[in-house]
Write a protein that binds this ligand. Structure first.
Ligand code: HEM
Length: 393
């Protein structure tokens, strides 16, 4: 069967379109082919919010447990690549440091101090908020959560870069280059050493809890570490982008800090830092009137679901007064819902607060330097390449 005949919009979508400005293409898909075959990514796309939720909650028919899943090929088995009771066991090992109470009572004040320091450094330097504030805040915070205080942020970025290179290599059908394996071996050797210590924060707890075996811990730590880096950086940078391109709404945050939480959710809705999640069908599946064959790759598109006009009026507008802005699915529903969401929210909240405090302390207002900033972009991980802010003269 020529699927393109049945799914003409899906057939016409290109990777460049999905990377740069996917909104119109995804809106057409959602309206006419809410479950569609997209040859450009060799996957079935789900773009309507109700269907996206149905699929993400149904791990029996839409699983992550498939040998094609590249993260597991690179890092080994982890909660990201398991379903059912084994998935529940892997997740349970990490419950404690991600509970809202722990984040509020143990982490929040350190995250705030970190954001304040990074904001001051950023404004004394290139004034670029993604690489100066959002990125380092994400790396330093996850090292804090994991209790890996003596690890250098630069090493983490090298490990993360090697992970990304390996995923790209596998995705395009190449072998993972040996030097990438060697770099990731450094991370695993580091975690192995920490597992032998009585004083290595969360890793010491993971060993003593015995929920995970010694063989399972390194991949589990790597998945949590890597899951926190680009996503949180994008989340914070996107929030700055949306607020600085809507100065009237940024201005309202100046006088009412209680609006920060809504602003964060509205930014998460409009531009989820991770635009989609992948699943594999365990059987032939009927979804929204379309039949997907067994063993197919299904892309649940969070960006499209979050702009579903059936749920959100004027879905493409940034509006912090939107009554239902928290109904986005950026952190996913169902068994694989993001475990780091409270930590990530605390980071973005601290970053925006630090920027507002910096304005107040310097008696100025930040404005976006449009000539050196850019809108969020990216195929899966979406963020601005730069958000440069200048104090108003
Ligand atoms: C401290 C920061 C973060 C940490 C430690 C973290 C960690 C994780 C982990 C371990 C999972 C896997 C859960 C499972 O499979 O049961 C996950 C899922 C997920 N996270 Fe996060 N995350 C963080 C921030 C973010 C941010 C900022 C976003 C997006 C804005 C995000 C989006 C997601 C999504 C979409 C999933 C679902 C993946 C899937 O179902 O395939 N995460 N996160």
């Amino acid at each position: 069967m020529d699927r393109s005949e049945h799914f003409p919009i899906g057939a016409s979508i290109t990777v460049d379109q999905l990377t740069d400005s996917p909104y119109d293409a995804l809106a057409s898909l959602r309206a006419s082919e809410p479950v569609s075959w997209v040859p450009a990514t060799n996957a079935w796309f789900v773009t309507r919010r109700d269907l996206a939720i149905e699929a993400m909650k149904d791990a029996e028919r839409f699983t992550v447990d498939d040998e094609r899943f590249t993260t597991a090929q690179v890092l080994g088995t982890s909660m990201l690549s398991l379903d059912g009771p084994e998935h529940e066991r892997h997740r349970r090992a990490f419950t404690a440091p991600f509970r809202p109470k722990f984040v509020r009572e143990e982490l929040q004040s350190r995250i705030a101090a970190r954001a304040e320091r990074l904001m001051a450094q950023t404004m004394a330097g290139k004034r670029e908020l993604r690489t100066g504030l959002a990125g380092p805040l994400a790396v330093e915070t996850i090292l804090d959560v994991l209790g890996l205080d003596d690890v250098d942020s630069a090493d983490v970025l090298t490990w993360y870069g090697a992970f990304g290179d390996a995923i790209v290599a596998l995705t395009v059908g190449d072998d993972v280059p040996p030097e990438v394996h060697a770099t990731l071996a450094q991370l695993y050797s580091y975690v192995g050493d920490a597992m032998g210590s009585d004083d290595a924060g969360l890793i010491t707890h993971l060993v003593s809890d015995e929920i995970l075996t010694a063989e399972e811990i390194p991949a589990a730590v790597a998945v949590v570490m890597f899951g926190a880096i680009e996503t949180s950086e994008g989340m914070t940078a996107n929030a700055f982008w949306h607020l600085l391109t809507h100065p009237e709404q940024w201005n309202r945050l100046r006088s009412d800090r209680s609006l920060i939480a809504a602003a964060i959710d509205e930014s998460l809705r409009l531009e989820p830092a991770a635009a989609w999640i992948d699943r594999y069908t365990t059987t032939e599946v009927e979804l929204g009137g379309t039949t997907i064959p067994q063993g197919a790759l299904v892309t649940i598109n969070l960006l499209a679901a979050n702009r579903d006009p059936e749920v959100f009026e004027r879905p493409d507008e940034f509006d912090i007064d939107r009554p239902n802005l928290a109904q986005h699915v950026t952190f996913v529903q169902g068994p694989h819902a993001c475990i780091g969401l409270h930590v990530a929210r605390a980071e973005t909240h601290a970053a925006l607060t630090a920027a507002l405090d910096w304005e107040a302390a310097n008696d100025t207002r930040l404005e976006l330097d449009r000539s050196s900033s850019s809108a969020p972009q990216g195929l899966i991980f979406r963020k601005p390449s730069a958000v440069v802010s200048t104090p108003r003269l």
